[in-house]
Design a protein around this ligand. Sequence first.
Ligand SMILES: [Zn+2]
Length: 121
Amino acid sequence: MHSKNVLRRLWATVAQRSDQLHLQLIPSMQELPDVLGDRLFVMGKPARYKWAILSCPCGCGERIDVCLMPSARPKWELTLRNGRVSLSPSIWVPRERCGSHFWIRQSQIVWCKNYEVSTGI
Ligand SMILES: [Zn+2]
């Protein structure tokens, strides 16, 4: 039982990390809430996802809409495995906005090395 507690505590630590995204599938844009939080919203049907939407993980509050439609240029590839999302290529926010540059790997934000995370402090 002890190991179970350790696991639970570990999970709590992981869940509190701000760079962990919580996947939420939505059928349409109308379902998108005003406050996105640390969720990654994926709109559309399986194998035909249209958009991935998240709040910029740097904390600037910028909403990022990632287009997954095959006809779009540029377009991103979404992989959903065991409830975790990966997106390819990396996501880049123009410098005049906040300049964030990161990957989403297994629902985790992976910052590109040449970018220093702004904590806003
Ligand atoms: Zn940002």
